[in-house]
Write a protein of this length. Structure first.
Length: 99
């Protein structure tokens, strides 16, 4: 009999909903201090998970994201992350719509 693997779970920093790791978007603070969206889920550094919705991102950007990453985020960094996050959501919706 094959052993069942447990699905890794993460909590969204905005809405606090627990979901499988692959359903969430990971935002990471790399060891060099750069903030980026981690599409692979394997980048080194301190990470925060956010649901793939614009509402959750906005809620996280209001404070929970900076707290989770243990860094201060300025407006420019948040705008840059917002643009990348929305591009990622658009690409995902187009990929699922094409099926």
């Amino acid at each position: 009999m094959a052993k069942q693997r447990k699905t890794p779970l993460r909590t969204c920093v905005a809405c606090r909903q627990v979901r499988p790791k692959r359903e969430l978007v990971r935002i990471v603070r790399a060891p060099d201090g750069k903030i980026a969206i981690d599409t692979s889920g394997k980048m080194p550094g301190r990470g925060a998970s956010v649901c793939p919705s614009a509402d959750c991102f906005e809620l996280a950007a209001a404070g929970a994201l900076a707290r989770s990453l243990q860094v201060g985020l300025d407006k420019e960094q948040i705008e840059e992350l917002r643009a990348c996050f929305l591009d990622l959501l658009r690409a995902a919706s187009q990929a699922t719509g094409a099926r």
